[in-house]
Design a protein around this ligand. Structure first.
Ligand code: HEC
Length: 172
């Protein structure tokens, strides 16, 4: 007495249906730090600086926009002058950046035209040139002593001092 029809009916009810569990990945980018591209004055190759080094409001503004908010600000110019002397810039460029062994930095004419902008001058001071201007950026100034050199915020103050001796702001 085999009732295959009955068995088949039972089996037919054993239908499993898997539940799809696909979900969208919903990835979204934070986009919190927009950085301009810096290039070396030597050959225009990319100049990489750790984003964490831009650790003041002015430095953050600079790396986002290329503008130097310290230009024209008396207190920051004063700070910049101290660093300009401390890092021996004045020995080669003169106390008012008027030129000595090294060229005048007052503008409007520069050996490297990009130094008319604060972005360009930042790149030159940070990474140097091939013609006698050494890199002054933190970690680059003395390769065997990574603690030596100007921080990005210091470079901006030094530039503010340099601009205070000429007629250009570098932010135009
Ligand atoms: C040992 C001397 C020396 C010291 C110290 C020095 N510089 Fe220079 N700097 C030079 C020379 C030489 C040049 C020209 C470089 C070239 O022709 O490539 C130059 C070029 C420059 C330029 C580009 C000028 C242009 O016309 O394009 C800037 C900007 C500059 N120096 C800023 C500074 C600052 C800021 C400091 C201090 C943090 C400094 N330099 C320290 C010798 C020096």
């Amino acid at each position: 007495m085999k009732n295959y029809a009955f068995l088949m009916a039972i089996l037919a009810t054993l239908v499993s249906c898997g539940q799809g569990s696909g979900t969208g990945d919903g990835a979204s980018s934070g986009g919190d730090l927009k950085m301009i591209d810096l290039v070396t004055t030597q050959d225009g190759s990319p100049l990489k600086i750790d984003a964490a080094m831009f650790d003041t409001p002015a430095a953050k503004e600079f790396i986002a926009t290329g503008k130097n908010p310290y230009v024209g600000k008396a207190d920051d110019i004063k700070e910049g002058k101290k660093k300009f002397n401390l890092f021996s810039c004045q020995a080669c460029h003169g106390g008012a950046a008027e030129g000595a062994v090294g060229p005048s930095l007052q503008g409007p004419n520069f050996k490297y035209a990009k130094n008319a902008t604060n972005k360009g001058m930042f790149e030159t001071i940070w990474h140097g040139t091939n013609g006698g201007m050494g890199a002054k950026g933190l970690g680059l100034m003395q390769p065997d002593n990574p603690a030596e050199g100007l921080r990005p915020d210091d470079v901006l103050k030094v530039i503010a001092f340099i601009r205070s001796n000429g007629t250009m702001t570098g932010n135009e």
